[in-house]
Design a binder for this molecule. Sequence first.
Ligand code: PLP
Length: 394
Amino acid sequence: MSEKSIAKKVYLDHIATTPCHPKVVEAMQPYFREIFGNPQSDHEFGWQAKMAIEEARGKIANLIKALPQEIIFVSSGTEANNFALKGIANAFEKKGRHIIASSIEHRSVLTPLKFLEKSGYKVTYLPVDNFGLVNPDDVRNNITNETILISVMHANNEIGTIEPIAEIGKIAKEKGIIFHTDAAASAGTVPLDVAQLNVDLMSISAHKFYGPKGVGALYVKKGVKITPLIHGGVQEAGRRTGIENVPGIVGFGVAAELSDKEINKRIGYLIPLRDKLKKGILEKIDHVYYNGHPSERLPNNVNIAIEYVEGEAMLLSMMKEGIATASASTCTMMSLETSHVLQGIGVPPQIANSSLVFSIGVDNTEEDIDRVIDVLPKIIERLRAMSAIYPERQ
Ligand SMILES: *Cc1c(COP(=O)(O)O)cnc(C)c1O
């Protein structure tokens, strides 16, 4: 084996997904073969499964300071967002058909909004500033008598910017409008408190914070009316029916409990790594844009755009070195679509297409960051040497 293939692989794409925490895997194990009952069954097997679900619900409620009965289990952050938007749109259609959202939402918010537009709803997409922030005054100024829902993400998954949710929520509350936040990128990574944030609905996803894939939750504040997406049986008080993903929910609960307990320790570990990566890149590479907010951002996100290189070539070269990261422009994989988020903050398309999104996890080490700071400048130098547009080409 060559030395390269022995080198440790470096995973820096934790916004795409995280590995399960060992305690999560351990907790899930019995729910595949021993405690396998249908939670609706009226016998020992069922009761045990039901109890496990309710225990997990309590842990997830704790994580965002909600009540257990305000947590509805769903299959993903994507489903939580669909449920929030379509569920509120339907439940309040008699009141009005206008929705306000930011223009840098995740696709699992923007796509259902497009769907709602086709069904006769009107959506106002708010612009963001160069850091990716929504201006709360813009929210206020766009509210009409027809407005039934405001949806602004808690943290952006590409640039890491954390939005002024509490302030927007205050405006929504004053006007009596339902407020949803997509917190899939931030729940479990930064502390969240639904009351302090003034939100009525919040989407969260287990696999973003060391929980399993295929399970998420929608927080729905007590008393808020919402139409289910899925009609069927009795699970989740009829609001999300179909048999529960019991092992997944158990793992989700443990991941939430661990995050809740360790969140400050994790943040204290991630921020120095994030700042070291940013500093190293900015010092060693020229013609680099650092995207997102300087301080109001996720503790694990570094987004850079590098001029005079091609995004895809950069990713491939990194992959060859055993470093897994993401490029905003390849997020969709099927097409090289320029990131709507980078466009939203005013990054020119040709530069946006050569962006890299690093998202650090608790298993990363300082050596991992050193590897990137060592390898990336060499890759850029090589790619720029081949580029016809690099002005400093010798
Ligand atoms: C990951 C993510 C989603 C989608 O969640 P899934 O559970 O992967 O479907 C939605 N919004 C944001 C901001 C995300 O980061």
